[in-house]
Write a protein that binds this ligand. Structure first.
Ligand code: C5P
Length: 241
């Protein structure tokens, strides 16, 4: 089998494979960390908390400063609204945008990309849902089957990748082939605090399982020396490629 890192996505620079989640209370706190991390980190994730707390101008600032930005906004609405929102994010120059993996939503977002370089990542099933949550919400399928179904639908819709737990990376890589991007949170370097994550993997193991990008929050943001922590993760990624 062709290893995932031999796919066309192997052109991704090693440093870009670390995405630091800016899960911080304010744009100023996030800015301070970005300055501290300097050239060690080139890619940042801004989620709903920071986006709704004044973080969208920060996204534009980071892009203007040459950083890559992953807007984790998990869009899902009527197709017209999804398409217009996606077009706005594409205009900002973000690199990744998350959308929920509903076929209608994915097709609307895909159709709104135009010539932009924005890449769409589908959220298949939120990791906070288990089989009984899905049943409560009216789904006939359990988590495993729904994730596989939606991952296939994401590929069919022309979405660029999916967000998933590193534990699912190997199975999804064989299901989806070498070209879909696999972006994995729940990363913990050996010895790091696990916090509220339940299923974690080291950077090296996640890369070996087929992940292309690793989303890391607290092991960098809460580290006594964030720059050294980020640098060690980049080195670990490099050693696993
Ligand atoms: O601090 P930590 O490394 O656990 O942060 C992980 C980041 O990835 C957070 O921004 C979290 O919201 C996000 N995430 C996750 N699990 C998912 C999807 C996103 O931890 N399934």
């Amino acid at each position: 089998m062709t290893p995932s890192h031999a796919s066309p996505v192997s052109a991704i620079e090693t440093r870009d494979r670390l995405i630091v989640a800016l899960d911080l209370p304010s744009p100023d706190a996030a800015r301070k960390l970005v300055v501290e991390l300097g050239d060690t980190v080139s890619f940042y994730k801004i989620g709903m908390e920071l986006a709704y707390g004044g973080g969208l101008p920060l996204a534009s600032e980071l892009i203007a400063a040459g950083k890559k930005v992953f807007l984790d906004l998990k869009l899902h609405d009527i197709p017209n609204t999804v398409a217009s929102a996606t077009a706005q994010v594409a205009n900002m120059g973000a690199t990744f945008l998350t959308i929920h993996a509903y076929p209608q939503t994915m097709k609307a977002a895909r159709g709104a990309l135009g010539t932009s370089s924005l890449q769409l990542l589908a959220v298949t099933v939120l990791t906070s849902s288990d089989d009984s949550d899905l049943q409560d919400a009216g789904y006939a399928l359990g988590v495993r089957d729904l994730v596989a179904k939606r991952a296939g639908q994401a590929k069919a819709a022309g979405v660029h990748g999916i967000v998933l737990s590193a534990e699912e990376a190997r199975a999804m890589r064989s299901l989806l082939g070498p070209d879909m991007l696999l972006v994995t949170p729940g990363i913990r370097p050996a010895g790091a605090e696990i916090g509220d994550q339940k299923r974690v993997m080291t950077p090296a193991r996640a890369i070996a399982a087929g992940a292309n990008y690793l989303v890391v929050g607290r092991p960098v943001t809460q580290a006594p020396d964030p720059k050294a922590a980020a640098s060690a993760i980049v080195d670990e990624i490099a050693s696993a490629l």
